[in-house]
Design a protein around this ligand. Structure first.
Ligand code: GMT
Length: 377
């Protein structure tokens, strides 16, 4: 198949999933065309069957906000016609599902039908999507897609609750590539970060409010009272400065390291003893899955789709949003006993295997076939 993929090219989860999906499909012989405003962060090497088309926006003095949606629409129309695409798969509803609708309408005037699949990722539904500034357009655009997928059952239910959707939503969970995410020996990193064998806790996110990174620090403080440990905070975002101040307030700057955005997160996960993700809302929690694939148990909140990934009492523990006491208790329960820790590590890996790209990719391929067959022209 010749497939166009539209996504945000950043480090965010939806861009990562879209890029990994495209790369996986290209390995299987499909021709994949990424259409974005910048080279996707994970698209770092030349690969057979993969193409990248950059959207350039027009600068004009009248525009206070240059109309990216229009530039993206024009670019997609051009790529579809020139590359003869069979299908367009857009990730994150805003504005991609809306742009896709416009693309379809333009191509129809030329007698061509382009099937569109939209994948809902999370904040496009749970946070920003429900803002009055976007909601009617989001609902309309989802309903106009030929196929709609959601990355968790919970996100599907939340979408149906929040919007008047009459389109069937297919759940296709996020996935993990075990070629890349697996436990490896990085003892030299471990020695550098925890020279006295301290336990290492890791959190990875975009440091937005919704991630509640302050809870990670509170949990860490409580754990530190019981055992020597280190905390690695990976990623960057709007909350970072406040978090650095919080570290100073709790007097733990020497034990907490802000590592910024990292490409090879699997190398840091290789030395982690525990992963923490206390989000207010999380449609899936790809970062937790990446940790589990590297045999790292997870302490998470029970928000959104996290219970579909992290299994309470098996791969880690779940607690109510903001319940840092429970999270710290659970962290200690896992880390205080070697045998328990090992069991949780094994369970985390076994659970991650359910989301192996090898199982999930064929679900997307089958869904594309289904959409192509069932399109009403
Ligand atoms: O987590 C973020 O803020 C980034 C966001 C995105 O759209 O890039 O992530 C969402 O999509 C990921 C991939 O499907 C999911 O794993 C994340 O759980 C989801 N984030 C939220 O729901 C907050």
């Amino acid at each position: 198949m010749k497939i166009g993929i539209v996504c945000y090219p950043t480090y965010g989860g939806s861009g990562v999933v879209a890029t990994e999906l495209g790369m996986g499909l290209a390995r299987k012989g499909h021709q994949i065309h990424f259409i974005t405003y910048r080279q996707p962060a994970r698209l770092t090497h030349f690969q057979q069957n993969l193409f990248y088309h950059e959207v350039s926006n027009a600068d004009y003095p009248l525009f206070e906000y240059a109309p990216y949606d229009t530039a993206l629409t024009s670019k997609i129309v051009d790529v579809v016609k020139y590359e003869n695409l069979d299908l367009l798969h857009v990730h994150y509803a805003i504005p991609h599902a809306t742009v896709a609708y416009l693309v379809k309408k333009i191509l129809l005037t030329e007698g061509r039908y382009l099937p569109v699949v939209t994948t809902l990722h999370g904040t496009d539904i749970t946070l920003v999507g429900q803002n009055k500034a976007f909601a009617p357009v989001v609902a309309f655009s989802i309903n106009k897609s030929d196929g709609v997928t959601a990355v968790s059952e919970q996100l599907k239910q939340e979408t149906l609750k929040a919007f008047p959707i009459h389109k069937e939503i297919k759940v296709i969970h996020n996935f993990i590539d075990f070629q890349r995410f697996k436990k490896s020996n990085k003892d030299h990193f471990k020695k550098a970060i925890a020279p006295n064998g301290e336990k290492i806790l890791v959190h990875i996110s975009n440091f937005r409010k919704v991630k509640r990174v302050q809870d990670v620090i509170y949990v860490f403080k409580k754990l530190y009272e019981k055992t020597p440990c280190k905390l690695l905070l990976i990623g960057d975002g709007p909350e970072r400065q406040g978090l650095e101040e919080l570290c100073r307030q709790v007097g733990l700057c020497h034990e907490i390291r802000f590592l910024g955005k990292q490409d090879a997160v699997e190398e840091l996960l290789a030395i982690a003893d525990l992963f923490i993700i206390p989000s207010e809302n999380e449609s899936f929690g790809l970062a937790a899955l990446e940790a589990m694939a590297c045999e790292v148990p997870v302490i998470s909140s029970n928000a959104g789709g996290l219970p579909e990934v992290n299994i309470h009492g098996k791969t880690g523990f779940l607690a109510d949003v903001g319940d840092v006491d429970a999270m710290a208790r659970y962290a200690w329960e896992i880390l205080s006993d070697e045998k328990t820790h090992k069991k949780f590590r094994q369970n985390a890996l076994a659970q991650a295997k359910k989301f192996d790209i090898e199982h999930i990719l064929p679900q997307y391929e089958a869904y594309y076939e289904f959409v192509l067959k069932s399109c009403v022209y």
